[in-house]
Every structure is written in C-alpha cells, then in structure tokens.
Design a protein. Structure first.
Length: 293
C-alpha cells in the first residue's frame, strides 16, 4: 500500500463528513416524511427503486443546503456552529461553487430516469435560486412559496423515480396536491423557533410580523385541515378521531407554549413524529384500506 492511500482515505472521509453535516438537519424534517410519502403513494415498490429515490432526494437537498448555508453562515455561528461553513470546513466561496456543481450533477442524475424527472430537478433549482440568490427568503409569503415548492418537487421527483413511470397516477396526483396545500399553509410553523435569528438577519417571517395571529391561525387551522383530510381520504371513525386529535394537540401546543425550546419541540412533533407523517400516510387508505377502522 502506498503512503498516499491513508491520506486519500482521510481526505475522502473528510469530504463525506462535510456533505453529511450539510444535510443532517433535513433528515427529520424532509427525508423521512418524503420517503414515507413516496412509499405510500407509489403503485410499485422495490428496494432498488427506493434506494434510487432516496439518492436523488439526498443530492437535491445537498444542493439546497450548500446554497442556503453559504448565505446564512453569519447566523449559524452562534446557533449551529457545527455546520460546514461556520465551522471552517469549507469557505463560503467554495460552498457556492459546490452548489453550482451539484446543480449540474443533479440534472445529470435525473437524466438517468425520465424527462419529467429532469424537469422536476430544474424546477427545484429555480426555487433554490429564488429563495437564496433573489433573497425571497426575506419575504414572509414568497419564502413560504419557495419552501413549499422545493418540498413538493422533492416529493414529485422521488415519486416518479420509485413508480418508474413518466407521470403519476390519479391517487398520487391527489396525494401530491394535498401535500402541496398542507405544506404551503403550515410551513411557517418552522419559523417560530428561529424568530431571534431571523430578526437579526433582517428576514420578515409570519411569526415576526404577526406573532399572535400566526399562532391563532395554527390553533384553528390544524384541526380543520385534519378533519378535511380525513374526510377526503375516507378514513374510518377511529382513524379520523385520532388524526384530528393529533392536529388539535399540535395547534394547542403552538398557542400555549411560546418559548424557543418549546417551539422547536413542537415543530418536531408537527413535522416529524406525528402530524405531517400522518398526513403522508393518509393515501394508504386508498391504496390498501389501511385506515378504514
């Protein structure tokens, strides 16, 4: 073994760890919910297709984070110093260069599947550019539109890859439409825990411009959305009561518990552990009649 082999291995592991640190926060908020959604709505299931979909999703999240974190490094220093840019693992300039390299790579990766996957990748990049380079992340409405658009294109691209079809079937389209509305109308929930950092960076999010109204909105909207979705997917009575109860509880938590730690905890409940995963599981009642009880 040559002397350069250990050095090459250490360098490769260093770069792999850097890529992992760029995306680690997105596993609980994006990767797990999106992959659950894809698994539920796809008419076809196989381990290889699921691996392809996961790979495609991760590289697109890597693209977004390489871009976004190069713009937010100043606020990450006190709040998330372990991220690659504030920790000094990669410079801001190199992070932006990496981002554009990932744009090309993601388009090339998408070309292995279908034209619609390539288009989805291109649309995703447009949302990233609008969010970061055009600074729409500083606007309370356009920020939500960009975030919702990016999230839904992740779901669309992953679904197309797993289904191995050039387009989605009726159930998948309905599920994607419901997901789009839910994400668009509730995504500002992630901003409550980041109010201090957003205010320092000059962002105008809904929790900043309407601190009371945005909490009252979630208190009312989450149970209403839950009931509407349960009716749309024809859930059974017990499933409906359970799902609406979870949505109501999350809304109550946002209204009653208002410090940064509680908001962060509630967002995890809203986004990962219960409610949003529940939203993504509802189409299973059409595919498998799994929630008819």
């Amino acid at each position: 073994m040559s002397r350069s082999t250990p050095t090459t291995l250490r360098c490769a592991l260093h770069h792999f760890e850097t890529a992992w640190l760029f995306t680690i926060s997105d596993f609980k908020t994006t990767v797990f919910p999106v992959m659950i959604f894809v698994t539920v709505v796809s008419p076809r299931h196989n381990l290889l297709g699921l691996s392809y979909a996961l790979c495609w999703l991760w590289f697109h999240l890597f693209q977004f984070n390489a871009s976004n974190q190069s713009y937010s490094s100043h606020e990450d220093v006190p709040n998330k110093p372990w991220r690659p840019v504030p920790s000094g693992r990669i410079s801001m300039k190199d992070s932006r260069t990496l981002r554009w390299g990932l744009v090309v790579f993601c388009l090339g990766l998408s070309s292995l599947f279908s034209l619609n996957v390539i288009i989805t990748s291109g649309v995703y990049t447009v949302f990233v550019v609008m969010h970061d380079d055009f600074h729409l992340s500083h606007h309370p409405i356009f920020k939500n539109l960009c975030n919702a658009g990016g999230y839904v294109t992740n779901e669309l691209g992953s679904s197309l890859i797993l289904s191995r079809e050039s387009s989605l079937d009726g159930t998948s389209i309905k599920a994607l439409s419901c997901s789009t509305l839910v994400i668009l109308l509730t995504i500002h929930a992630q901003d409550f825990a980041d109010v201090n950092g957003d205010r320092k960076s000059g962002r105008r999010t809904l929790p900043i411009i309407a601190p009371e109204g945005s909490r009252i909105y979630l208190l009312c909207a989450l149970p209403l959305f839950s009931f509407a979705l349960a009716s749309f997917w024809s859930l059974g009575p017990l499933s409906t009561v359970l799902f609406v109860s979870v949505g109501s509880w999350v809304g109550i938590r946002y209204f009653l518990f208002r410090n940064e730690i509680c908001d962060q905890s509630t967002y995890i409940y809203h986004c990962l552990q219960i409610w949003l995963i529940g939203v993504h599981l509802l189409p299973a009642n059409v595919r498998f009649r799994a929630l008819a009880w």
